[in-house]
Design a protein around this ligand. Sequence first.
Ligand code: SAH
Ligand code: SF4
Length: 351
Amino acid sequence: MTTDRPLIYDWDLAQFQALMADWGQPSYRADQIWDDLYQQLWASAEDFSTLPKDLRARLDEHFSFVSLRLSKRLYSSDGQTEKRLHLLHDDQAIETVLMRYDERRTLCISTQAGCAMGCTFCATGQMGFRRNLSSGEIVEQVLVFARLLATEGQAVTNVVLMGMGEPFHNYEASMAALDRLGHAEGFNLGARRFTVSTVGLIPAIQRFTAEQRKEGLAVSLHAAEDDLRASMLPVNARYPIADLIQACREYTRQSGRRITFEWALIQGTNDTPEQAHKLVALLAGMNCHVNLIPLNPTQGFAGDKSSRERVADFRAILLENGISCTVRVRRGIDIQAGCGQLAEHSAPLQP
Ligand code: SAH
Ligand code: SF4
């Protein structure tokens, strides 16, 4: 299914203003469209009740309002996690996850179909790169779930760019999507409610820093030595640990914000006391937090998650040395909605 019409979520308010001028419409029509899309969450021009009928019809002819086609919907056994597989206009597949816990309604969204970074333990990396998503395709994932939650009187509280793909390998579209979702007259989700996770593309971290972006930043570290990290994350050959840590320090200095490091714990590989101590040395004096993620199973990687004891020991070493550290609660593993488990055809695996 393809369409020549632009996807309406690919457009900024300024583009609607220009279009309204072009169509001889008053400029407040652009604000109304923006409100209908991002406050009212309407999914079709027919519902834009504030607009005259002929303008609704014209918008309908001009734009596409739906690019994500629901292909599969899965619920975790505890009912708190929902994963959707969507097909895009060119039949590429992406996954989006909604996590409901406590008062939070967190969405984990994709920025690419597949991923070019090839991390060995990640299902998305194992499938390879298909294509970048447009900003509108990124935004629409949030709208789909925002509409669902609205029917229950709820709203999205947090959005993490931790689904399929490397957001900093699709920097422009990812940041444009954040700008659109953060727009005060539109969806209006505060910058602090977003987290961008990167495998460590240094030039993009520097750009994120220079642009003074206010969203949270997480960096996937996973190892404290270059050889070990390169064996898990091929990107390390290009951006080694010392340079990466320097870019991260610079980010914390310039932004005044805490940075998060992610560490998937693999039994007998990167969960040793030696790695923990090396990590302590790397992060000394940095305003940071470490998020430990016991490895989630994927089809193409043989390693096991660390035992409870090893997770606890690793964490204890960090805490004893003054480094804030939490273990991420494993959610949605039974439907392969956990970190690194998203792919186009995720087959059932034993948790
Ligand atoms: N591409 C980005 C964001 C998506 S992945 C990045 O890599 O940071 C989100 C997190 O899940 C990353 O920290 C990633 O390293 C981690 N991850 C990947 N595969 C995993 C697995 N099998 N088990 C646990 N965490 C995994
Ligand atoms: Fe890509 Fe992130 Fe998976 Fe690595 S962990 S392959 S960067 S999605």
